[in-house]
Design a binder for this molecule. Structure first.
Ligand code: FMN
Length: 303
């Protein structure tokens, strides 16, 4: 029997899998089709202080082996979110994390306190949305990212995961800044900027033209981010995320230095992917004499 549990610092997770934000709705709805016990945590769709309408259609499009999305984080705002799903989170067979998003630094803290009051086990700070205070996307700027995390850390007692962007040039520098500001772990990472065009209609595949690229093709980019941060900041817990489709993909992220691994786009093709991934991870561990999944964290063998 392989032990598939893990920890992010001193925060225990029942399995190494995390259902990634934006791909499992509010988790409450996902519970109807998925097997929640397969995950160590499931992250509810990002929420802002006020309702956001999101971008007009088209907002998602297939792109090779991956997908483009430009949803614009449509959400009802924290008050409506709490009224709709808040009381139901503790009834689920998985720890639910909330995800806070905002256009201005103080918004994040407002959302994070609402998420904590609703009973989430941790708050992910989604630093990958535009910063309307005049700077670039928070996750591209160490100072801006740190100021958001600092506000959130002052507002909640649950652990904070800082969700970073593979579009940052110096992802390890940003990770150092957010940990210094109070993040308990980093999530690496969000989608990669991308675009696509329909050659028959000549229209962009997304109404906003540029959106987030996710799925299998981004796995090497996410692995590179995990590796860089694990090398630069040993001891900082990492949730790897990007392109996971198989148990061996999960093992790759662990070897690179992640302590837990997010699964996102794979849910759209296979909502019950969780138990399959756990079976494949277990088979790998049995083949390699691994009794505890944590033995694989950072266990890549150097040349
Ligand atoms: C349709 C869609 C919506 C997403 N919405 C969010 C979101 O609201 N907040 C967030 O932090 N990440 C969001 N993500 C990013 C995923 O959580 C994940 O980081 C990314 O897709 C990479 O993982 P994957 O290749 O396994 O999908 C979204 C991804 C997709 C495909």
């Amino acid at each position: 029997m392989v032990d598939l549990s893990t920890r992010l610092g001193d925060h225990p997770l029942q399995t190494v899998l995390v259902a990634a934000c934006g791909t499992v709705g509010s988790v409450v709805d996902f519970a109807r089709t998925a097997v929640l016990e397969a995950y160590g945590a499931a992250v509810a769709k990002s929420v802002s202080a006020e309702p956001w309408a999101g971008r007009p259609a088209p907002r998602v499009a297939p792109a090779g082996e991956g997908m483009l999305n430009g949803i614009g984080i449509q959400n009802p705002g924290i008050d409506a979110w709490r009224a709709e799903v808040g009381g139901r989170l503790r009834t689920l067979d998985v720890e639910v994390w909330g995800s806070a998003v905002g256009h201005h630094v103080p918004d994040f803290a407002v959302v994070a306190s609402g998420l904590e009051a609703a009973g989430v086990g941790a708050v992910e700070v989604n630093l990958s949305c535009p910063n309307l205070d005049g700077g670039p996307m928070y996750a591209l700027d160490a100072g801006a990212a740190a100021s958001v995390v600092k506000e959130v850390a002052a507002a909640v007692t649950v652990p904070i995961g800082a969700k970073l962007s593979p579009n940052a040039v110096d992802v390890a520098g940003i990770a150092a800044a957010v940990v210094d500001a109070g993040a308990s772990w980093v999530v690496l990472g969000n989608t990669v900027w991308g675009a696509g065009f329909d050659v028959e209609t000549r229209r962009p595949k997304l109404s906003g033209v540029v959106g987030g690229y996710s799925g299998a093709p981004i796995k090497p980019i996410a692995l590179r981010c995990v590796w860089e941060v694990a090398q630069a900041l040993p001891g900082v817990p990492i949730v790897g995320c990007g392109g996971v489709r198989t148990g061996e993909d999960v093992v790759e992220f662990l070897l690179a230095g992640a302590s837990a691994v997010g699964v996102g786009t794979a849910h759209f093709a296979e909502p019950r992917v969780g138990p399959r991934l756990l079976a494949e991870i277990t088979a790998y561990c049995e083949r390699h004499g691994v009794a505890r999944i944590e033995e694989l964290i950072g266990a890549a063998v150097p040349w």
